[in-house]
Design a protein around this ligand. Structure first.
Ligand SMILES: *Cc1c(COP(=O)(O)O)cnc(C)c1O
Length: 397
């Protein structure tokens, strides 16, 4: 059977693989040979699910959004990842990876972060497990994301400002990979999304697949059937989307819609719509779609949402897009901001700016009146309040 899941060589169609420097070859190979055995073991599952329940606060609710449903003429449920500990889906992944790191005998944790959400989620589990934590973060982002930097420090992590390139996420990731090359034996690199060399995209998707596992059970309980007609999620690197669609990826009854960040417009030169603008290339160890210039230099992405401005995309999503299994919509800054206010006023939920891109796709989609839709609210909007206030003040001027 044709599947959209990873194959035994670490590829999704023509995307994926593990393009790493020689010095990391062995430690990536060991990880490839280890991760499935650990993730599928009873002892891992017991600890992982216990922490998801008692520490993260799972299962996250599947909430029937009545007023949003009326507005868009369908039956819309929201998967509430915003209610997790630390405010987003990212913690599902860091809990899993740190348990794996411990089982592999690693003593030192490194991570990259853009907006700081993955950095905070990693620093959190490192505090929990009493592990050393080093977070690489572009200097520009360190300055922009002051609160998250303070949180990481309070949690005991060392935040290293990166001054190469544009001093943002791509550069922080390069620096984390460089660190990993220097400490391949004692260090575990916790990657924050479905990106990086195989097995990371598949590993992160599996650790986030608790989202679709719960959707299945919750829909069964509420609707008497265990699948929706349509799933909607935003994509930066792709982890909340991968978790949302995981158990439905090969189920053709389910329509998949991915919302990427259009920035100031796909053709404006200030965009992060990687799937539409990207060409095939290699970034951070994987073959995928990459925003790049004619001669293959990586181009700087832009989005109002710091969590979505990555110049690559998970290989699973690149494959879903080129095979047309998923519909990809670009949602611009303004559309996302409007959608954030709409959700707030209709349902009393202030979403993260990233999640607002999924909501901003709704006006672009045609629904049937009885269509069962699940949209993942990947995080809460606390971190974005300043952006929301500025937008609101500008508008009412
Ligand atoms: C980091 C982040 C994203 C983007 O990352 P994905 O890996 O694409 O999910 C989306 N929403 C929130 C709230 C985030 O913090």
């Amino acid at each position: 059977m044709k599947t959209y899941q990873v194959d035994e060589n670490g590829y999704y169609g023509e995307f994926g693989g593990a393009y790493v420097p020689e010095i990391l070859h062995q430690c990536v190979t060991v990880l490839q040979e280890t991760y499935l055995n650990v993730l599928n073991s009873e002892s891992f599952k017991k600890e992982y699910y216990q922490l998801l329940r008692d520490y993260v606060g799972r299962p996250s609710p599947l909430y029937y959004a009545k007023r949003l449903s009326e507005k868009y003429g369908c039956k819309m449920y929201l998967k509430r990842e915003d209610l997790n500990h630390t405010g987003a889906h990212k913690i599902n992944n860091t809990v899993g990876q740190i348990l794996l790191a411990r089982k592999m005998g690693k003593t030192r944790i490194i991570a990259e972060t853009g907006a700081g959400q993955h950095g905070v989620a990693t620093a959190t589990v490192c505090a929990l497990m009493n592990m050393e934590c080093i977070v690489y973060m572009g200097k520009t982002d360190v300055e922009r994301q002051h609160i998250n930097v303070q949180k990481m420090k309070m949690l005991g992590a060392t935040v290293v400002p990166v001054t190469s390139g544009n001093m943002t996420l791509k550069d922080a990731t390069n620096e984390a990979i460089r660190d990993w090359c220097c400490h391949p034996t004692d260090t575990f690199y916790i990657i924050g999304s479905t990106v990086g060399p195989h097995p990371y995209p598949d590993m992160v998707a599996r650790l986030q697949s608790v989202i679709s596992e719960e959707i299945r059970e919750q829909l069964m309980e509420k609707e008497g059937r265990d699948y929706p007609d349509t799933l909607i999620a935003c994509v930066g690197g792709g982890s909340n989307a991968a978790g949302t669609i995981y158990h439905y990826i090969d189920d053709k009854r389910v329509r998949l819609i991915l919302a990427e960040a259009g920035g100031k417009g796909v053709d404006s030169g200030q965009s992060a719509a990687t799937i539409q603008l990207g060409r095939k290339g290699i970034i951070h160890g994987a073959r995928t779609l990459v925003m790049q210039s004619e001669d293959g230099q990586i181009e700087e992405p832009y989005s109002v949402s710091a969590g979505l401005d990555y110049p690559g995309i998970g290989p699973v999503h690149a494959n879903l897009a080129v095979t047309k299994r998923a519909t990809v919509l670009a949602v611009d800054d303004d559309e996302a901001l409007e959608a954030a206010f709409e959700l707030t006023r209709l349902e009393g939920i202030i979403p993260a700016l990233e999640s607002a891109h999924a909501l901003g796709a709704l006006p672009k989609i045609k629904f049937q009146p009885d269509e069962l839709v699940v949209l993942t609210v990947s995080g809460r909007g606390d971190k974005d309040i300043k952006t929301y206030i500025d937008y609101f003040n500008n508008k009412s001027k």
